[in-house]
Design a protein around this ligand. Structure first.
Ligand code: ADP
Length: 509
């Protein structure tokens, strides 16, 4: 990925925001954030990686501001009379700096204080209303994953059938501050009824560390469903069996059928591993902790070991939980064994100790206490044996097949007008060897060609006067062909062979 291109796209994103064309600006922001994300996966040098992650965080904040403005404006436009003249509303200045902590785009916002949470209709299964879909940008406070158990009307009775959950269900007592591990059980259960909330009590822990973790972990429902992920049928089935079903049917997954201690997703970058993790969280409604290993080792250098312990402690508190550890190779690298920093060795062993203690491994216990570790890596060969053994289930996430590619085109182009000349199957055929992220980039690029042609050579004031409809012209077959030429494959043949070889040796499907 070309740094210049990233700079150029950032400039475009900001320019469009300043011009009030928030939707186009958002597309550029999404693109550039993804480009950086992709680049970060290939950077091995921690400081450089950290610097890029910071940039990504900053851009992600800008993107959130633009998204907020756009959402606010959209809410003004429910009256169709105003729909057309939206241009006035777009004159608002862009990004209003809010005083929020920096955030990683992959790390979802902290849990919202109870008093700001949405009414219970979004919070739990059963009669809950459908959550806002992606087209209505959701606010960080919407839908707390841990409280949304029940997914999509599936057999989500695990929590409800739990007598502990029922017993504690009525408790709204957040005033119980004695805290610590000892009184955990007295607190309201994660499976309690509507409006039932509980908050991890930092007593006995470093308050800053708890705050860091609360900020950088996920408890919000990421709102990614299986249907949003193209192809990967086998991976979805395996994840469902390994992670989702044990929570739905705890009685079945006992003894020899105990849930896997940990699941490792292996595959080239941009194939949908993070997306799958988000779908797991959404579909089974567990409290979701999204941890990027590189930020564990760089951002919290020195404290990572404590953080790891706290992470699992919190996961047990908010159980059932899924801990997603992205780029797990960066904490569990074999390569460092001699030169490896003492601190990172400690983090690694803490992770192993904690994984041995997770309830998912013991089976037969209260399913509401299950903590499942879901990890992802682009470099499985870098993972040492001790960890590999604990990540018992290893799932390969491959490049999309022809059918998956076509499905992905459809998913990506859901909200974009397409010209009749466009033959998606033919485009999918041309995209052989492209990763999901590459294909998303092709779609993004192609879908903006018409707009680029329309605004070429115009000055900002002129661009601003163009009616929205004129910019939103259908994307043609030619646009796609041009975009395919511009976006190259990010995964090489040798890399694929390496994955396949590793999976043959260590895979477990
Ligand atoms: P990974 O974690 O494997 O590096 P991600 O899950 O972060 O990949 O995917 C990056 C982006 O690529 C996603 O945000 C999505 O836009 C797109 N993408 C990749 N694979 C798929 C897929 N199978 N279905 C839908 N989108 C996908």
């Amino acid at each position: 990925m070309n740094v210049e291109e990233i700079g150029e796209n950032t400039k475009m994103a900001r320019e469009y925001a300043l011009l009030g064309n928030y939707e186009t600006s958002m597309v550029y922001y999404q693109g550039v954030i993804q480009q950086i994300q992709k680049m970060v996966t290939s950077i091995r040098e921690p400081d450089r990686k950290h610097r890029w992650q910071k940039i990504r965080q900053e851009l992600s904040q800008e993107y959130d501001h633009v998204k907020d403005i756009n959402a606010t404006l959209s809410s003004f436009k429910s009256d169709p009379v105003h729909d057309h003249g939206g241009i006035q509303a777009y004159r608002q200045p862009a990004a209003q700096p809010k005083h929020e902590p920096e955030r990683d785009p992959d790390v979802w916002p902290p849990p919202t204080p109870v008093e700001h949470r949405p009414s219970p209709q979004y919070q739990r299964g059963g009669a809950r209303k459908e959550p806002p879909r992606r087209s209505e940008p959701s606010k960080p406070s919407q839908r707390i994953a841990g409280r949304d158990r029940g997914g999509r009307g599936g057999p989500s009775q695990a929590g409800r059938g739990d007598p502990r959950g029922r017993a504690a269900g009525g408790s709204r007592d957040r005033g119980d501050k004695k805290g610590g591990k000892g009184d955990k059980d007295k607190k309201s259960s994660p499976t309690g009824e509507e409006g039932d909330e509980k908050k991890f009590d930092p007593a006995g822990y470093d308050k800053d560390l708890v705050e860091n973790l609360e900020r950088d972990i996920v408890q919000r429902n990421p709102d990614v469903h299986w249907g949003d992920i193209a192809g990967l049928t086998e991976a979805k089935r395996l994840l469902e069996e390994a992670v989702v079903l044990p929570l739905w049917m705890p009685d079945y997954f006992k003894g020899i059928r105990r849930p896997w201690k940990g699941v490792l997703m292996v595959g080239p970058p941009g194939t949908g591993k993070t997306l799958l993790a988000k779908a797991v969280a959404t579909e089974c409604g567990t409290t979701f902790f999204n941890v990027s290993s590189s930020s564990l080792t760089s951002k919290w250098r020195g404290e990572s070991e404590k953080l790891m312990r706290l992470l699992f402690e919190m996961a047990r508190f908010y159980a059932p939980s899924t801990i997603f550890i992205d780029e797990i190779d960066s904490i569990c690298s074999k390569r460092g064994s001699s030169s490896e920093h003492e601190a990172s060795r400690r983090v690694k062993s803490e992770l192993l100790v904690q994984m041995d203690g997770v309830t998912g491994a013991t089976g037969g216990e209260d399913a509401t206490k299950t903590v499942m570790v879901l990890a992802a890596t682009n470099f499985p060969w870098d993972i040492d044996e001790a960890l590999r053994r604990r990540l018992e289930k290893r799932v390969y996430i491959p490049l999309p097949c022809a059918e998956g590619r076509e499905q992905l085109l459809k998913i990506n182009l859901r909200e974009v007008p397409i010209d009749d000349s466009t033959d998606l199957a033919a485009i999918a055929a041309k995209l052989e060897g492209y990763s999901g992220a590459d294909i998303t980039n092709v779609c993004r690029d192609a879908s903006m060609m018409a707009m680029r042609r329309r605004i070429a050579g115009l000055r900002p004031e002129e661009i601003r006067k163009i009616p929205k409809d004129e910019l939103n012209q259908p994307t043609t077959m030619l646009d796609f062909e041009e975009a395919v030429k511009k976006v190259s494959k990010s995964v090489g043949k040798e890399d694929l062979e390496k994955y396949e070889k590793w999976m043959t040796e260590f895979g477990s499907v």
